[in-house]
Design a protein. Structure first.
Length: 272
Protein backbone atom coordinates (compact mmCIF):
# COMPACT_ATOMS: atom_id res chain seq x y z
CA UNK A 1 0.00 0.00 0.00
CA UNK A 2 1.23 3.49 -0.84
CA UNK A 3 1.34 5.65 2.32
CA UNK A 4 3.31 8.53 3.85
CA UNK A 5 6.38 6.35 4.28
CA UNK A 6 6.57 5.15 0.65
CA UNK A 7 9.98 5.84 -0.89
CA UNK A 8 10.30 7.01 -4.47
CA UNK A 9 12.83 5.80 -7.06
CA UNK A 10 12.90 6.62 -10.72
CA UNK A 11 14.46 6.67 -14.13
CA UNK A 12 15.51 9.93 -15.79
CA UNK A 13 16.24 10.23 -19.48
CA UNK A 14 14.66 11.25 -22.77
CA UNK A 15 12.75 9.34 -24.07
CA UNK A 16 11.85 6.87 -21.30
CA UNK A 17 8.35 5.62 -22.16
CA UNK A 18 9.55 2.26 -23.58
CA UNK A 19 11.77 1.43 -20.61
CA UNK A 20 11.32 -1.93 -18.87
CA UNK A 21 12.88 -0.62 -15.63
CA UNK A 22 9.59 0.46 -13.96
CA UNK A 23 8.10 -3.01 -14.57
CA UNK A 24 11.19 -4.76 -13.18
CA UNK A 25 11.80 -2.59 -10.10
CA UNK A 26 8.14 -2.31 -9.04
CA UNK A 27 7.87 -6.11 -9.27
CA UNK A 28 10.98 -6.36 -7.05
CA UNK A 29 9.64 -3.92 -4.43
CA UNK A 30 6.48 -6.03 -4.22
CA UNK A 31 8.35 -9.31 -4.05
CA UNK A 32 10.69 -8.14 -1.26
CA UNK A 33 7.96 -6.24 0.62
CA UNK A 34 9.69 -2.90 0.29
CA UNK A 35 7.48 0.15 0.65
CA UNK A 36 8.65 1.96 -2.48
CA UNK A 37 7.62 2.81 -6.04
CA UNK A 38 9.60 3.38 -9.24
CA UNK A 39 8.53 5.82 -11.97
CA UNK A 40 9.94 6.97 -15.31
CA UNK A 41 10.60 10.71 -15.74
CA UNK A 42 10.98 12.21 -19.19
CA UNK A 43 13.39 15.05 -18.42
CA UNK A 44 14.20 18.19 -20.43
CA UNK A 45 16.13 20.18 -17.81
CA UNK A 46 18.63 17.88 -16.09
CA UNK A 47 19.97 20.39 -13.56
CA UNK A 48 16.48 21.28 -12.27
CA UNK A 49 15.54 17.58 -12.19
CA UNK A 50 18.54 16.75 -9.98
CA UNK A 51 17.74 19.69 -7.67
CA UNK A 52 14.20 18.28 -7.48
CA UNK A 53 15.54 14.86 -6.50
CA UNK A 54 17.32 16.47 -3.53
CA UNK A 55 14.47 18.81 -2.62
CA UNK A 56 11.87 16.02 -2.64
CA UNK A 57 14.11 13.42 -1.05
CA UNK A 58 13.78 10.93 -3.92
CA UNK A 59 15.72 7.87 -2.77
CA UNK A 60 17.48 6.79 -5.95
CA UNK A 61 17.65 7.01 -9.71
CA UNK A 62 18.59 5.20 -12.85
CA UNK A 63 19.97 7.46 -15.53
CA UNK A 64 19.67 6.75 -19.22
CA UNK A 65 20.44 8.44 -22.54
CA UNK A 66 21.22 11.27 -23.06
CA UNK A 67 22.19 12.14 -19.46
CA UNK A 68 24.63 9.43 -18.31
CA UNK A 69 27.64 11.72 -18.79
CA UNK A 70 26.04 15.13 -18.21
CA UNK A 71 24.78 14.15 -14.75
CA UNK A 72 28.30 13.82 -13.29
CA UNK A 73 28.67 17.55 -12.64
CA UNK A 74 25.47 17.67 -10.54
CA UNK A 75 26.38 14.83 -8.18
CA UNK A 76 28.14 15.06 -4.79
CA UNK A 77 30.28 11.92 -5.04
CA UNK A 78 31.22 9.28 -7.60
CA UNK A 79 32.21 5.63 -7.25
CA UNK A 80 35.63 4.65 -8.56
CA UNK A 81 34.08 3.05 -11.71
CA UNK A 82 31.80 6.00 -12.44
CA UNK A 83 34.76 8.38 -12.19
CA UNK A 84 37.02 6.21 -14.38
CA UNK A 85 34.33 5.54 -17.01
CA UNK A 86 32.98 9.12 -16.89
CA UNK A 87 29.38 7.92 -16.90
CA UNK A 88 26.65 7.23 -14.30
CA UNK A 89 23.59 5.00 -14.64
CA UNK A 90 22.65 4.73 -10.94
CA UNK A 91 22.31 7.40 -8.24
CA UNK A 92 21.87 6.72 -4.53
CA UNK A 93 20.54 9.48 -2.25
CA UNK A 94 22.45 8.90 0.97
CA UNK A 95 21.12 11.34 3.59
CA UNK A 96 20.83 14.15 1.08
CA UNK A 97 24.08 13.43 -0.75
CA UNK A 98 23.76 12.14 -4.30
CA UNK A 99 26.30 9.43 -5.12
CA UNK A 100 26.82 8.25 -8.72
CA UNK A 101 27.62 4.66 -9.73
CA UNK A 102 27.98 2.81 -13.02
CA UNK A 103 26.58 -0.73 -13.06
CA UNK A 104 26.74 -1.30 -16.86
CA UNK A 105 30.18 -2.93 -16.80
CA UNK A 106 29.40 -5.27 -13.91
CA UNK A 107 26.00 -6.01 -15.50
CA UNK A 108 27.68 -7.11 -18.72
CA UNK A 109 30.28 -9.16 -16.84
CA UNK A 110 27.64 -10.98 -14.78
CA UNK A 111 25.58 -11.67 -17.92
CA UNK A 112 28.65 -13.20 -19.59
CA UNK A 113 29.58 -15.21 -16.51
CA UNK A 114 26.22 -16.99 -16.53
CA UNK A 115 27.29 -18.68 -19.77
CA UNK A 116 31.09 -18.70 -19.97
CA UNK A 117 34.42 -18.19 -18.19
CA UNK A 118 35.75 -14.69 -18.73
CA UNK A 119 39.04 -14.67 -16.88
CA UNK A 120 42.04 -14.80 -19.23
CA UNK A 121 39.78 -14.99 -22.32
CA UNK A 122 40.29 -13.00 -25.54
CA UNK A 123 37.44 -10.53 -25.95
CA UNK A 124 36.61 -8.51 -29.04
CA UNK A 125 34.40 -5.56 -28.08
CA UNK A 126 32.64 -3.61 -30.84
CA UNK A 127 31.67 -0.07 -29.83
CA UNK A 128 33.22 2.60 -27.63
CA UNK A 129 30.11 4.61 -26.74
CA UNK A 130 28.76 4.88 -23.19
CA UNK A 131 28.13 1.15 -22.75
CA UNK A 132 31.30 0.14 -24.62
CA UNK A 133 33.42 2.29 -22.28
CA UNK A 134 31.92 0.71 -19.16
CA UNK A 135 32.38 -2.82 -20.52
CA UNK A 136 35.97 -2.11 -21.61
CA UNK A 137 36.82 -0.78 -18.13
CA UNK A 138 35.35 -3.80 -16.30
CA UNK A 139 36.58 -6.56 -18.63
CA UNK A 140 40.09 -5.09 -18.96
CA UNK A 141 40.73 -6.16 -15.38
CA UNK A 142 40.33 -9.85 -16.07
CA UNK A 143 40.51 -10.53 -19.83
CA UNK A 144 42.51 -9.54 -22.91
CA UNK A 145 40.37 -6.96 -24.68
CA UNK A 146 40.45 -5.42 -28.17
CA UNK A 147 37.97 -2.60 -28.85
CA UNK A 148 36.98 -1.65 -32.39
CA UNK A 149 34.88 1.44 -33.04
CA UNK A 150 33.59 3.30 -36.09
CA UNK A 151 35.27 6.45 -34.72
CA UNK A 152 38.73 5.07 -34.11
CA UNK A 153 39.79 7.91 -31.75
CA UNK A 154 37.19 6.79 -29.17
CA UNK A 155 38.54 3.22 -29.21
CA UNK A 156 42.10 4.51 -28.81
CA UNK A 157 41.03 6.63 -25.80
CA UNK A 158 40.12 3.39 -24.02
CA UNK A 159 43.75 2.24 -24.17
CA UNK A 160 44.09 4.03 -20.79
CA UNK A 161 42.28 0.99 -19.35
CA UNK A 162 44.90 -1.38 -20.81
CA UNK A 163 42.85 -2.55 -23.82
CA UNK A 164 43.91 -2.31 -27.47
CA UNK A 165 41.86 0.09 -29.62
CA UNK A 166 41.31 0.19 -33.38
CA UNK A 167 38.99 1.06 -36.23
CA UNK A 168 35.84 -0.99 -36.84
CA UNK A 169 36.78 -2.06 -40.38
CA UNK A 170 36.17 -5.30 -42.26
CA UNK A 171 39.89 -6.05 -42.18
CA UNK A 172 40.14 -5.61 -38.39
CA UNK A 173 36.94 -7.59 -37.84
CA UNK A 174 38.39 -10.51 -39.81
CA UNK A 175 41.70 -10.32 -37.98
CA UNK A 176 40.33 -10.09 -34.44
CA UNK A 177 37.39 -12.46 -34.87
CA UNK A 178 39.82 -15.25 -35.67
CA UNK A 179 41.74 -14.30 -32.47
CA UNK A 180 38.76 -13.88 -30.10
CA UNK A 181 37.00 -16.35 -27.77
CA UNK A 182 34.16 -13.91 -27.08
CA UNK A 183 32.72 -11.09 -29.21
CA UNK A 184 30.47 -8.39 -27.76
CA UNK A 185 28.34 -5.98 -29.77
CA UNK A 186 28.13 -2.70 -27.84
CA UNK A 187 27.30 -0.60 -30.90
CA UNK A 188 23.70 0.38 -31.48
CA UNK A 189 23.68 -1.52 -34.80
CA UNK A 190 20.81 -4.02 -34.81
CA UNK A 191 18.62 -2.03 -32.43
CA UNK A 192 15.09 -2.24 -33.87
CA UNK A 193 16.58 -2.87 -37.32
CA UNK A 194 17.90 -5.73 -39.43
CA UNK A 195 21.56 -4.74 -39.60
CA UNK A 196 24.44 -6.58 -37.91
CA UNK A 197 27.95 -5.31 -37.17
CA UNK A 198 29.47 -8.66 -38.26
CA UNK A 199 29.06 -10.32 -41.69
CA UNK A 200 27.72 -13.86 -41.13
CA UNK A 201 30.67 -15.35 -43.03
CA UNK A 202 33.08 -14.17 -40.33
CA UNK A 203 31.32 -16.04 -37.51
CA UNK A 204 32.54 -19.47 -36.46
CA UNK A 205 31.05 -22.18 -34.28
CA UNK A 206 33.27 -21.96 -31.20
CA UNK A 207 32.73 -18.22 -30.65
CA UNK A 208 30.65 -16.82 -27.78
CA UNK A 209 28.50 -13.98 -29.19
CA UNK A 210 26.99 -11.46 -26.76
CA UNK A 211 24.79 -8.66 -28.13
CA UNK A 212 23.98 -5.96 -25.56
CA UNK A 213 21.18 -4.66 -27.80
CA UNK A 214 17.97 -6.08 -26.29
CA UNK A 215 15.35 -4.88 -28.76
CA UNK A 216 14.65 -7.17 -30.51
CA UNK A 217 15.63 -9.87 -28.04
CA UNK A 218 17.12 -11.93 -30.86
CA UNK A 219 18.97 -9.44 -33.05
CA UNK A 220 20.15 -10.23 -36.55
CA UNK A 221 23.63 -10.85 -35.16
CA UNK A 222 22.34 -13.34 -32.56
CA UNK A 223 20.15 -15.15 -35.08
CA UNK A 224 23.03 -15.59 -37.52
CA UNK A 225 25.38 -16.61 -34.70
CA UNK A 226 22.85 -19.21 -33.53
CA UNK A 227 22.56 -20.54 -37.10
CA UNK A 228 26.36 -20.92 -37.25
CA UNK A 229 26.29 -22.79 -33.92
CA UNK A 230 27.80 -20.12 -31.59
CA UNK A 231 26.81 -19.80 -27.95
CA UNK A 232 24.64 -16.66 -27.90
CA UNK A 233 23.77 -14.26 -25.05
CA UNK A 234 21.08 -11.59 -25.39
CA UNK A 235 21.14 -8.01 -24.08
CA UNK A 236 18.25 -8.57 -21.67
CA UNK A 237 20.66 -10.49 -19.43
CA UNK A 238 22.82 -7.35 -19.16
CA UNK A 239 19.79 -5.13 -18.56
CA UNK A 240 18.69 -7.46 -15.77
CA UNK A 241 22.09 -7.72 -14.11
CA UNK A 242 22.82 -3.99 -14.24
CA UNK A 243 19.35 -3.39 -12.77
CA UNK A 244 20.00 -5.97 -10.05
CA UNK A 245 23.17 -4.07 -9.07
CA UNK A 246 21.22 -0.79 -8.91
CA UNK A 247 18.57 -2.45 -6.73
CA UNK A 248 21.25 -3.79 -4.39
CA UNK A 249 22.85 -0.35 -4.09
CA UNK A 250 19.49 1.22 -3.19
CA UNK A 251 18.06 -1.42 -0.86
CA UNK A 252 20.88 -3.76 0.22
CA UNK A 253 18.85 -6.67 -1.25
CA UNK A 254 20.48 -8.94 -3.84
CA UNK A 255 17.49 -9.69 -6.04
CA UNK A 256 16.51 -12.89 -7.87
CA UNK A 257 17.60 -12.24 -11.48
CA UNK A 258 15.54 -15.11 -12.93
CA UNK A 259 12.44 -13.49 -11.43
CA UNK A 260 13.51 -10.13 -12.90
CA UNK A 261 13.89 -11.65 -16.36
CA UNK A 262 10.47 -13.28 -16.21
CA UNK A 263 8.88 -9.96 -15.19
CA UNK A 264 10.76 -8.08 -17.93
CA UNK A 265 9.58 -10.55 -20.56
CA UNK A 266 5.98 -10.19 -19.36
CA UNK A 267 6.42 -6.39 -19.46
CA UNK A 268 7.83 -6.57 -22.95
CA UNK A 269 4.80 -8.48 -24.19
CA UNK A 270 2.49 -5.90 -22.61
CA UNK A 271 4.29 -2.99 -24.29
CA UNK A 272 4.08 -4.52 -27.80
N1 LIG B 1 21.61 -4.39 -22.35
C1 LIG B 1 21.83 -3.31 -21.65
O1 LIG B 1 21.70 -3.28 -20.41
C2 LIG B 1 22.31 -2.06 -22.33
C3 LIG B 1 22.90 -1.03 -21.57
C4 LIG B 1 23.34 0.12 -22.24
C5 LIG B 1 23.17 0.21 -23.63
N2 LIG B 1 22.57 -0.80 -24.32
C6 LIG B 1 22.41 -0.73 -25.78
O2 LIG B 1 23.69 -0.64 -26.36
C7 LIG B 1 23.69 0.18 -27.52
C8 LIG B 1 24.77 1.27 -27.35
O3 LIG B 1 24.40 2.11 -26.27
P1 LIG B 1 25.35 3.32 -25.79
O4 LIG B 1 24.71 3.89 -24.58
O5 LIG B 1 26.77 2.90 -25.71
O6 LIG B 1 25.16 4.34 -27.02
P2 LIG B 1 26.18 5.45 -27.53
O7 LIG B 1 26.97 6.02 -26.41
O8 LIG B 1 25.36 6.37 -28.38
O9 LIG B 1 27.20 4.65 -28.48
C9 LIG B 1 26.78 4.11 -29.73
C10 LIG B 1 27.89 3.19 -30.26
O10 LIG B 1 27.42 2.61 -31.49
C11 LIG B 1 28.30 2.96 -32.56
N3 LIG B 1 27.53 3.11 -33.78
C12 LIG B 1 26.35 3.77 -33.95
N4 LIG B 1 25.94 3.67 -35.24
C13 LIG B 1 26.88 2.92 -35.90
C14 LIG B 1 27.02 2.47 -37.24
N5 LIG B 1 26.12 2.78 -38.19
N6 LIG B 1 28.11 1.72 -37.56
C15 LIG B 1 29.03 1.40 -36.61
N7 LIG B 1 28.95 1.81 -35.32
C16 LIG B 1 27.89 2.56 -34.97
C17 LIG B 1 28.94 4.26 -32.12
O11 LIG B 1 30.14 4.49 -32.85
P3 LIG B 1 30.76 6.00 -32.93
O12 LIG B 1 31.51 6.21 -31.65
O13 LIG B 1 31.62 5.97 -34.14
O14 LIG B 1 29.58 6.95 -33.08
C18 LIG B 1 29.18 3.95 -30.63
O15 LIG B 1 30.27 3.08 -30.46
C19 LIG B 1 22.27 0.74 -27.62
O16 LIG B 1 21.55 -0.04 -28.55
C20 LIG B 1 21.69 0.54 -26.24
O17 LIG B 1 20.29 0.35 -26.24
C21 LIG B 1 22.16 -1.95 -23.70
Amino acid sequence: MINAKTRLYGLIGKPVEHSLSPVIHNALFKRYNINAVYLAFDVDDLESAVKGVKALGISGLNVTMPYKEQILEFLDELSEEARAIGSVNTVVNREGKLIGYNTDGIGALKALKRFTEVEGKRVLLLGAGGAGKAIAYTLSRLAKVVVLNRTERKAKELEKFGVKGGKLSKENLKRYLSWADIVINATSLGMNEDRSPIPKGLLRENLVVFDIVYSPLETNLLREAREVGCLTIDGLWMLIHQGAESFRLWTGVKPDVEFMRREALKGEKRSI
